[in-house]
Design a protein around this ligand. Structure first.
Ligand code: LLP
Length: 428
């Protein structure tokens, strides 16, 4: 496939105009020029379209979409989604605080996470979140104590581990009995019964999340079927639930995958809950923001060694860790249309002192010279949020584009920003 067709199939919001890569009517060279370093760019229209795709596909089925902000916590995206009725799924007190500061109402927030501290539980109860997805019997006990001491009742779902495969990478599978996530399937009914009788706890729903980058709806259907039978047996024992939270996980195209259409996904879920009179809760992350974002970077230098072409970028594994961590594939395209030139293999690497700081191995690319710019595609999810300042490299900036406008949403950081945040003790 030619690289422009590939671009269109992975990141349809991005295209070449007069030879320059553009999104939202903005020439992306302008953004990286201003950032003076690696920068993530998110096309807001694309984020919106992806969200509305879920909304439409689930029409006719009472559904709450709680965007999983762990995928991308850019406040402009939170605001954009909140304005069209989205809730959020948070996994830490920090995300809860950020979501609320971005104006997401507490009653649209699901608090997930395998280990919540007492202070995070108190924060969630105090804020009045819609639902806390409880992952252990211990957490259930703590939550009851905390809610009681505050004179409140915590709306809960148990995140049940359905013990199914997700057909995705080992590192991002979460629904097998041996994974660290959720309450063991065989313990769930008992805990629901206990919760039902415990002051301070209000069982509202059942929850699952079997993994991320799921490419086949059959895995989801199998997990839903297990939760459905639990839901039904609970109903006969007097525990009447309202919400069926299927988590997130729908995959996207990074290379040549053919992930399910959102409509096929919706049909699977609707079928799985039909007749239950349940409100469906969705926690999509990657599918909403992944294709809408790119990471822009500049070539620092190029070299030939051992018969290989090395392209050394100013972005590194601290900016985009997915290739180093999961051997994940991110398509790389030049910011300027190279025209009809020969593409030849190159190892694309960052400047960090680690061999795993490598974005691509023998990847066909056009000729690239120092100062040339490239974009990593489908980097809108689990990109910036997983960034670090390893090697004292300032975190990448972030920007949004829409309707010919662009703005930084996270300013380029300076060395002083890094220096300011540390101090040696006065007694040293
Ligand atoms: N809900 C829960 C409880 C989750 O743990 C996750 C993701 C989601 C929803 C959203 O899943 P999504 O729709 O984005 O697949 N860092 C990895 C992905 C980790 C996903 C963790 N959980 C990556 O870069 O591929």
């Amino acid at each position: 496939m030619n690289f422009k067709d590939q671009l269109a199939s992975i990141a349809p919001a991005f295209s070449y105009n007069h030879g320059h890569l553009e999104a939202g009517g903005v020439n992306l060279s302008e953004v990286i020029e201003a950032a003076k370093g690696p920068v993530y760019v998110y096309a807001l229209d694309s984020v919106l379209e992806n969200f509305l795709g879920f909304k439409e596909a689930f029409s006719g089925q009472p559904t709450r979409i709680c965007y999983a902000m762990k995928a991308n916590d850019c406040v402009a995206i939170l605001k954009l989604l909140s304005d069209v009725g989205s809730g959020v799924d948070v996994v830490s007190g920090g995300e809860l605080a950020l979501a609320m500061s971005a104006g997401i109402p507490a009653d649209k927030i699901v608090f997930s996470g395998v280990g919540k501290s007492d202070s995070e539980l108190a924060q969630a109860v105090n804020a009045g979140v819609m639902q806390i997805n409880v992952e252990t019997a211990y957490e259930l006990g703590q939550l009851a104590k905390i809610a009681n001491s505050m004179g409140k009742e915590a709306p809960i779902a148990l995140r049940v581990n359905p013990d199914v495969e997700a057909g995705t990478l080992d590192q991002i599978s979460t629904g097998r009995a041996t994974d660290k996530f959720g309450i063991a399937y065989q313990d769930a009914a008992r805990l629901y019964m206990e919760a039902e009788k415990t002051p301070g706890l209000a069982p509202k729903g059942i929850a699952m999340h079997i993994g991320s980058q799921i490419g086949d709806t059959d895995f989801l259907a199998a997990a839903c079927a297990k939760l459905r039978s639990l839901w039904e047996s609970l109903a006969t024992s007097g525990v009447k639930l309202e919400r069926f939270d299927v988590g997130g996980g729908l995959g996207i195209r990074y290379k040549n995958e053919d992930p399910p259409l959102v409509q096929a996904y919706a049909d699977t879920i609707k079928k799985a809950v039909s007749g239950l009179n349940a409100e469906v809760v969705l926690e999509p992350g990657r599918r909403i923001v992944g294709p809408a974002g790119v990471l822009l970077s500049t070539v620092i230098s190029v070299k030939e060694a051992a018969g290989r072409r090395f392209v050394i970028l100013d972005a590194a594994m601290n900016d985009l860790i997915r290739p180093a961590l999961y051997k994940a594939w991110h398509e790389i395209v030049p910011l300027t249309d190279p025209g009809k030139v020969q593409w030849t293999p190159a190892d694309v690497v960052g400047p960090v002192c680690e061999s795993t700081d490598k974005f691509a191995d023998q990847r066909p690319l056009p000729p690239l010279l120092p100062g040339d710019r490239v974009a990593f595609l489908a980097a809108g999810a689990y990109g910036a949020v997983m960034g670090s300042e390893y090697n004292s490299r300032p975190r990448a900036a972030e920007a949004v584009v829409r309707g010919g406008n662009w703005s930084f949403t996270r300013n380029p950081r300076s060395y002083n920003d890094i220096i300011r945040e540390q101090h040696a003790p006065s007694w040293l």
